[in-house]
Design a protein around this ligand. Structure first.
Ligand code: NAD
Length: 511
């Protein structure tokens, strides 16, 4: 059995298992505090030369690494599949493709997002002065990742940090460290300098040590651990960016393309065995199309092929990744059934040694049930009938989470109106979660789903501190605002304030 992240005792190594077969596939070091300190020191020593390479020098390594990743795509997909349980073709689609795209995206966009900004200041007191804001890498960034996307949500977050000029220490989940280790090999093969990108394999304790040592922390994982990290980071005022849990709602309105809505719901509730932070976790369907939607979803879910991932095309749904996650799914389904829900297909563990839970559809559900209010993170799709759009919006917003969401309607204006009322970091109209591929657009969880953003300008600026430089080129030796204070100067300032701010209404240029 793999070591659980919260294991109290520090062991020298831990085992990694294939969740689809139960076989042990590797033994990996569990880095202790001393080992991690050495790693951080080496990263700190290597960072200035990496920063000095400039955008172009770092981009070269990223493009080279993209070429390496394309050449090695089957090996990467196989590694992901073996430690995570998803089919290798799904690993290519949702992880390898994303990371290849991301390597080029950040390499190309970094000079625009992180270039010096010349500021035109509005203040009359600064007339003639030059003001520039620049972005400087923090130094050593700690990226702490989850097990559900061993590549996308681990190395994927290291890319913009590296491109910005930081050294990165990546602490993958102890359940799925092998993909990150493989990416360190890729970084070296692409000509990445020694110690600029290192992997700290270990359990939750190793992650907690990293929070004590790094200059900035990018964390993806559960809301529970995210809160602990935020509290710990407060001790050194370490900046953190948190990508946390979700309970994403889908709303299907009476005028929706029901076939498309059903296909989308099944795809993004069952992909990766439902272990996606932005999976479709609950559906609200307006009464007139409820029966049609449920019947289509049940047909499609029943037709899914589940099993040990093998060659591309062999199965649709693989194994779940983490034993205790399977327990959560089982608990949510039992809780729902105990409170009156019906299972229309699935509803139990699979046979054999692997971690399988049958793709499951639940109806007659409501918000007294955990499956509608807590993150399930499994292959379940609870569907609730609603009277109208208003009820759907109210229920969609009735959650401590606010990650992604979706609305289905043929009236796209109405879809956009409804989208604007959903309390979430993103909402798709007639689609689900594909906003994640728009790397230009910030992806940022609302409420307890996180703080800070992935993607877009904020997705790389978060790895930098800002420095504003003000340059006074031509000026008198003494400015009128300098000492001594006199009654005459005070009177002049009062007059100036009356002129500038004392009139009714706002000045056109915001004064
Ligand atoms: P987790 O919070 O249990 O673990 C995440 C990482 O944190 C692991 O590497 C773990 O070793 C480490 N860790 C554990 N305790 C720690 C501590 N005290 N200090 C520092 N690090 C510590 O999450 P998980 O079970 O691996 O992943 C599933 C969760 O991740 C789900 O809630 C899912 O929604 C969320 N997730 C969110 C996003 C997003 O983008 N918002 C993406 C993927 C997953």
């Amino acid at each position: 059995m793999a070591v659980v992240d919260a294991a109290p005792e520090v062991q020298a190594t831990f085992t990694v298992e294939n969740p689809a077969t139960g076989e042990t596939i590797a033994n990996v070091p569990n880095l202790d505090a001393g080992g991690l300190r050495d790693m951080v020191e080496r990263a700190r020593a290597a960072q200035p030369a990496w920063e000095a390479l400039g955008f172009e020098g770092r981009a070269k390594v990223m493009y080279e690494m993209r070429r390496w990743a394309v050449e090695n795509r089957d090996r990467i997909a196989q590694t992901i599949s073996e430690e995570n349980g998803k089919p290798p073709d799904e690993a290519i689609l949702t992880e390898v493709f994303y990371v290849c795209d991301s390597l080029g995206f950040w390499a190309k966009k970094a000079p625009k997002y992180l270039g010096d900004e010349r500021i035109r200041t509005h203040s009359p007191l600064l007339l003639g002065k030059k003001v520039i804001t620049r972005y400087r890498p923090y130094g050593v960034v700690g990226v702490i990742g989850p097990w559900n996307y061993p590549l996308t949500n681990n190395f994927g977050d290291a890319i913009p940090a590296l491109v910005a000029g930081n050294s990165v220490i990546l602490k993958p989940s102890s359940v799925t460290p092998l993909t990150s280790m493989l990416m360190a090999e890729g970084f070296r093969a692409a000509g990445g300098p020694e110690d600029v990108f290192q992997i700290a394999t270990g359990t939750g304790g190793t992650g907690a040590e990293l929070v004590k040592l790094a200059d900035m922390i990018m964390f993806t994982g559960s809301t529970e651990v995210g809160k602990k990290i935020l509290a710990q980071a407060a001790e050194r005022i370490t900046p953190v960016s948190l990508e946390l849990g979700g309970k994403d709602p889908m709303i299907v309105l009476r005028d929706a393309d029901v076939e498309r809505a059903a296909n989308t719901a099944v795809q993004w509730a069952m992909s990766n065995s439902g272990q996606i932070c932005i999976s479709v976790e609950r559906v609200y369907v307006e009464e007139p199309v409820y029966d049609e939607f449920v019947s289509k979803v049940v047909d499609k879910v029943s037709a899914l092929r589940q099993g040990v991932p093998a060659a591309p095309g062999a199965v649709d749904v693989g194994a779940m990744t983490f034993p205790s996650q399977l327990d959560v799914v089982e608990r949510h389904v039992k809780d729902a059934v105990d409170k009156g829900a019906k299972v229309l297909t699935g509803g139990k563990r699979g046979d054999g040694p692997g971690l399988f839970y049958e793709p499951t559809v639940l109806v007659d559900v409501d918000h007294s049930m955990a499956c509608m209010t807590e993150e399930t993170f499994g292959p379940t799709l609870p569907i609730m009938k609603v009277r109208d759009e208003e009820e759907a919006i109210r229920l969609a917003n009735d959650s401590p989470y606010g990650l992604d969401s979706s609305v289905f309607t043929r009236d796209v204006d109405k879809g956009e109106r409804v989208a604007r009322r959903i309390e979430a970091g993103a909402t798709c109209v007639n689609d689900a979660l594909t906003n994640y591929l728009a790397q230009e657009a910030p992806f940022a969880g609302a409420k307890e789903s996180g703080m800070g953003a992935r993607h877009g300008a904020p997705g790389i600026r978060k790895y930098c501190r800002t420095q504003t430089i003000l340059v006074t080129r031509f000026a008198a030796s003494k400015e009128p605002t300098m000492f001594p204070y006199t009654a005459g100067k005070a009177k002049m300032l009062g007059k100036a304030m009356e002129l500038m701010f004392g009139r009714k209404g706002r000045k056109k240029n915001g004064g």
